[in-house]
Design a protein around this ligand. Sequence first.
Ligand code: ADP
Length: 188
Amino acid sequence: MKYFILFGPPGAGKGTQASLMVEKYSLLHISTGDLLRKEIENGTELGRQAKTLIDQGNLVPDEIVEGMIDSQIDAHPHVKGFIFDGFPRTVAQAEVLERMLAKRGHQLTGVISIIIDDEMVKQRIKFRATQENRVDDTKDEIIATRIKNYHSKTEPLIDFYKKRDKYFEVNGAGAIKEIFERICKLIG
Ligand code: ADP
């Protein structure tokens, strides 16, 4: 079983690249952001809790997303592998993921990190706001909070995975197809 993490700041294009990987490699794409938005749409209690945090640009509690990932893995025993997008986002989540895979006798295949700078993050999110209806994409201060949270809580994962020799970078600037070719070269 393959387990890839698509890593990068908000707006790096993780979702876009994940769909291309799904087509080419028949993997299952699991986006914690999409799963949370589905909970909100369905008006669940979990969705209500998550909405306030997401709309402020903050992360939802680790246990919530960890539980979602665990049940998604269980729900798809016959796939070739998974692409996690937006997870893990904290060192605590990465540690839990390691245990979740170990208890199944599996391990992470690799982390593909899409590199773009903060200016490009802002431009991409502004563009996405014109295409999709996401409250967290519209206000400058919410976007700033998300970028700040990315640097303080998510970026430490780079060292975490470098230490385990699982970390690979691709340049996230350029056309969607070019970036996808860079990813394909990495994973072969
Ligand atoms: P983006 O990558 O553009 O920030 P996502 O769709 O991945 O968008 O996530 C949207 C929001 O959902 C995040 O800002 C955060 O509030 C919440 N979220 C998603 N994944 C996680 C996670 N692994 N841990 C905590 N919060 C998460």
